[in-house]
Ligand binder design. Structure first.
Ligand code: CA
Ligand code: CA
Length: 353
């Protein structure tokens, strides 16, 4: 059983609608019950899936209607040869588990399949896992274990509180386990972002490393300027700051932002703290149509009035983005008043935003 569909970011391991993708094969957790979990799925309302058997659309399951939106954790009847199953991720970062239960599926009536989508918030996963720590190599003179040792940390955020530990290895799954931990303390960095440690390790080891938790990038303020569609490649203009201080890319954080974006849609960004910062933060930005740009060519002009009038006479259906841009009066209704307002804007009689 394989999951196909489309969505945001790296959803479905970048194998959208590919029935042959091994990476989206579900596990048979019981006889005729299939399940798969995806991690680090960004916030969005655009996730769509179907289930296909034997890497072919010859047998596939979806939902009863195209408008159906699966509620997290609630089972629903999955329709054979059904429509797309849609679901939302309302969290910045989530685990998504998809389940298809064919235990009671009857191949002659084509009824009895049950599916479930479970979305779990992992945004504030504060486990001190490796992802949430930063490490600095520990250079010190190896002395007898019964004497106090010294080590200096620098590049931290001035005056910020840190939990600082020396450990045998920073790549252990449980970094602060009894076995791995040599020393731990809580202290604040000085005004230069430095901490001088005087400590007595629990035991002497050949190699050890300093790890620290604090100044979590999750608490950073991230602003990304809105981008309006104009058919060209555009670059997202963003800034990351922490406690009022603007942070520097590749010194304080790394960012997984697409260099250039063209297409309409939402884009997910992962920001990872480095240097004095730890943790990760997920944010999204979108490429949308400018208010009034109904035909989506990047400009608001008389052609948009025509496009809107064409829509109002029910000749064409509009896309989600066109509807957003068409409702310039912001009353959630697309009508002649919007066309009039765009017309007035074109005649420089009013502003639209
Ligand atoms: Ca236009
Ligand atoms: Ca309106």
């Amino acid at each position: 059983m394989t999951v196909v569909g489309n969505g945001e970011d790296h959803w479905l391991n970048d194998e959208w609608w590919d029935v042959t993708a091994e990476s989206n094969s579900m596990n048979e957790i019981a006889k005729r019950v299939y399940e798969i979990t995806y991690h680090n799925i960004p916030k969005n309302n655009n996730y769509i899936v179907k289930f296909v058997a034997n890497h072919s659309y010859a047998d596939h399951w979806g939902s009863a209607t195209d408008e159906f939106i699966a509620e997290s954790g609630v089972e629903f009847n999955s329709a054979y040869f059904g429509e797309n199953i849609r679901f939302n991720v309302p969290y910045d970062c989530a685990d998504v588990t998809l389940k298809l239960d064919l235990t009671n599926f009857n191949y002659s009536s084509k009824l009895g399949a049950v599916a479930k989508v479970t979305v779990t918030d992992t945004t504030n996963n504060d486990n001190p896992a490796t992802e949430n720590i930063s490490a600095q190599s520990l250079s010190r003179a190896v002395e007898a274990v019964d004497s106090v040792q010294t080590a200096d940390l620098n590049g931290l955020v001035p005056n910020e509180d840190y939990i600082i530990a020396t450990v045998k290895s920073a790549s252990e799954k449980d970094v602060l386990s009894d076995d791995n931990l040599l020393y731990i303390t809580q202290t604040a960095a000085d005004e230069n972002g430095c901490v001088s440690l005087n400590y007595l390790p629990k035991e002497e080891t050949e190699n050890s490393v300093i790890v620290y938790y604090g100044a979590n990038i999750k608490n950073a303020e991230v602003t990304i300027e809105p981008i309006y569609y104009n058919e060209n490649e555009q670059q997202a203009d963003y800034s990351v700051s922490y406690g009022g201080k603007v942070l520097t890319k590749d010194i304080d954080y790394t960012i997984s932002i697409d260099e250039n974006v063209t297409e309409l849609g939402n884009y997910s960004v992962k920001i990872t703290g480095i240097g004095g910062y730890c943790g990760t933060k997920y944010v999204t930005f979108s490429v949308a149509l400018k208010a009034g740009d109904v035909d989506g060519d990047g400009f608001v002009d008389i052609n948009d009035v025509t496009a809107l009038q064409t829509y109002l006479s029910k000749i064409d259906n509009m896309s989600y983005y066109q509807k957003n841009s068409a409702d310039v009066t912001k009353d959630n209704v697309i009508d002649i008043n919007d066309a009039t307002m765009i017309q007035r804007y074109c005649a420089e009689l009013c502003m639209i935003s």
